[in-house]
Design a protein around this ligand. Structure first.
Ligand SMILES: Cc1cc2nc3c(=O)[nH]c(=O)nc-3n(C[C@H](O)[C@H](O)[C@H](O)COP(=O)(O)OP(=O)(O)OC[C@H]3O[C@@H](n4cnc5c(N)ncnc54)[C@H](O)[C@@H]3O)c2cc1C
Ligand SMILES: Cc1ncc(C[n+]2csc(CCOP(=O)(O)OP(=O)(O)O)c2C)c(N)n1
Length: 582
């Protein structure tokens, strides 16, 4: 017999039945009945944030580092609108989230009631699916459907708007097994003929490259394992997008490093010169393709993606495969083995010779300095001093530091790297680090930040303190909006329009104000000890690392240029005159 309960009780019961352990949220009038239910139980933990944007990024960090959906609870009006940036961020990066928002009572909808906003209207374009539930009898089934939609196929954020009277009213609870989910059953098995064609192409290719992305991480650890097996057995070079780092180990023999706008020289030239590209769960983002007309001009292209609408959206491909990475790679590997594990060994050896020549350029080289800390040096030292930690998780903010982190920190496992790729949301990293730490209490969680991004959600240090999340905030402080400054230097005639902060807080005093530890370092000779002090401290740390102010991040493909017109540090001054912006 179905159990009768209030809508508010149903929310908590449905979350429990969906295996939710933690909710990131902020209360207000329109969600008080749900908060009252949360108070009266101990199965689900509530993390009280300081701003609703922080709640969503925490849920993203939680989701990306666990593979489970993140859950957010916000009130109506400003609570919901504050969450919007985070929801868009999750949509762009395919992160599964279930956002629950309170709404004014149904009879007040449309009356400009107190804290009324058209949350479903506002979030319709930025969610995978959203619902306004006007009847308590439909609430529990809707929540179960929401979890199904958020986590199936291409993951993404969903939102359920729940009016206050629906939370108070009683109805029968629907168990998860009885919830109807037949309306959304994305295809996970790839077409076997297309997979066979991909295997045939790999067998004969002279210059093949695997180009992998966030879809491998989304598919789960099994997919990353299959990818490693195939790449290593076939001996084919592999590069990845920012979102896919860790799917193939950075210490692996066939790793070329990240590709794209700030990708490695050898990775970009391999993409430009290959005769076969196998895209595994990546979406031909513009930071990757550069000028579309010149993107990898002579290659046959295979694209594995669970979202059919992603295929042929930007780049036309020869072999489209709609399906889940894990399922497709399983079939591909089985077929490739059954057909005798063939590759064109001689041609592949020549291809590696060419790649090894490109590697000799040493595109990440920078001039060390004895008097100031180069940001690249700071990250090299952070890598060296943390690389052996068995549970190291990195989040980032957005800017130059993010790109240097992608270049200088190495990931050997999936789900260890959390960054805002598609939306590029400054203010993502600090809350995301808290979400990761909540999911992995005994892990080492470091947010590599720029001071400007970090300030955008710094109030969340209060959350870190309250919930004893010992997150380390490693701020590369150049007192500049560094990435903006770099573009102005290279592409806008060195006119530095509003790209520096004249007033920054004293980060050590700020740490003290929050009750955590502050460390400041400006001398390269002191850096190792200072990093060790940060790592040894059993609590949150704000590390103010004063770095060289005018360092640029290279390689760089100026937007709208092809891969073979990549700028290296040595070319920068020659380039400054006459650049064309697209
Ligand atoms: C300042 C800045 C600079 C940047 N520079 C770079 C750069 O130099 N290089 C770079 O790579 N990025 C860069 N980015 C990030 C870039 O904007 C994109 O976010 C990124 O390139 C997209 O990665 P992706 O193609 O792996 O796609 P994602 O956004 O991770 O999308 C994943 C794709 O896989 C599919 N998918 C999801 N789940 C599955 C599954 N289970 N099975 C199959 N398919 C699945 C999805 O449908 C989607 O098409 C930069 C971002 C910023 C903010
Ligand atoms: C919310 C938001 N506003 C503006 C931007 C544009 N933007 C991209 S990088 C950047 C500067 C970031 O500065 P900082 O965090 O100090 O990092 P740095 O580049 O110096 O490493 C800006 C303003 C953005 N990505 N996000």
């Amino acid at each position: 017999m179905s159990r009768m309960m209030t809508g508010a009780k149903m929310v908590v019961q449905a979350l429990r039945d969906q295996g939710v352990e933690v909710v990131f949220g902020y209360p207000g009038g329109a969600v008080l009945p749900i908060y009252d239910e949360i108070f009266q139980q101990n199965d689900i933990r509530h993390v009280l944030v300081r701003h609703e944007q922080g709640a969503v990024h925490m849920a993203e960090g939680y989701a990306r580092s666990t593979g489970k959906p993140g859950v957010v609870l916000v009130t109506s009006g400003p609570g919901a609108t504050n969450a919007v940036t985070g929801i868009v961020d999750a949509l762009m990066d395919s992160i599964p989230l279930v956002v629950l928002s309170g709404q004014v009572p149904t009879f007040m909808i449309g009356t400009d009631g107190f804290q009324e906003a058209d949350t479903v209207g506002i979030t319709r374009p930025v969610t995978k699916m959203n619902w306004l539930v006007k009847d308590t009898a439909k609430l529990s089934e809707t929540i179960h459907q929401a979890f199904h939609v958020a986590t199936s196929g291409r993951p993404g954020p969903v939102l359920i708007d729940i009016p206050k009277d629906v939370q108070f009213a009683e109805a029968a609870y629907t168990e998860p097994q009885k919830a109807r989910t037949s309306h959304y059953q994305p295809k996970v098995k790839g077409d076997i003929e297309a997979i066979t064609r991909m295997v045939e192409l790999l067998e004969t290719a002279e210059r093949p490259v695997f180009y992998t992305g966030g879809g491998v991480i989304n598919s789960g650890p099994g997919a990353a394992q299959l990818l490693r097996e195939w790449v290593d057995a076939a001996g084919v070079p592999i590069t990845s997008t920012l979102m896919g780092l860790g799917a193939y180990p950075a210490s692996g023999k066939h790793w070329l490093g990240m590709l794209g706008m700030h990708g490695l020289y050898e990775a970009n030239l391999a993409m430009h010169g290959c005769d076969l590209m196998i895209n595994v769960g990546a979406r031909f983002d513009d930071r990757i393709t550069g000028r579309v007309a010149d993107f990898s001009p002579n290659s046959a292209k295979v694209h594995i993606d669970i979202d059919a609408s992603s295929i042929n959206k930007v780049i036309r491909v020869d072999v489209p495969i709609v399906g889940d990475v894990g399922h497709v790679l399983e079939d591909a590997l089985r077929l490739w083995k059954a057909r005798g594990r063939k590759v064109n060994r001689e041609a592949l050896a020549r291809w590696w010779d060419q790649i090894n020549e490109w590697k000799k350029i040493n595109c990440l080289a920078f001039k060390p300095s004895a008097s100031s800390i180069k940001p690249q040096y700071a990250l090299q030292r952070l890598q060296e001093l943390t690389k052996d930690h068995p549970k190291r998780y990195i989040t980032t903010e957005v800017g130059q530091h993010q790109m240097w982190a992608a270049q200088f920190l190495h990931f050997d496992q999936p789900n260890r790297w959390m960054t805002s790729g598609g939306l590029g949301t400054m203010g993502y990293g600090l809350p995301a680090s808290i979400g990761v730490q909540v999911a992995h209490p005994d892990a080492l969680v470091i947010n590599v930040a720029g001071e400007a991004s970090w300030l955008m959600n710094m109030q969340e240090m209060g959350t870190a303190m309250q919930f004893r999340a010992p997150v380390k905030q490693f701020i590369l402080n150049n007192e500049r909006l560094g990435m903006v400054r770099q573009w102005q230097e290279l592409l806008h005639g060195e006119r530095y329009s509003s790209s520096w902060s004249e007033s920054l807080p004293d980060f050590v005093k700020l740490a003290e104000a929050f009750g955590c530890k502050g460390i400041k370092c400006s001398d390269p000779a002191d850096l190792d000890d200072a990093i060790r002090e940060m790592l040894a401290y059993d609590g949150p740390v704000i590390f103010d690392c004063l770095v060289e102010k005018h360092e640029n991040c290279f390689p760089m493909i100026p937007s709208g240029k092809p891969h073979n017109e990549m700028l290296l540090a040595a070319d920068a001054s020659a380039f400054k005159s006459g650049a064309v912006l697209v």
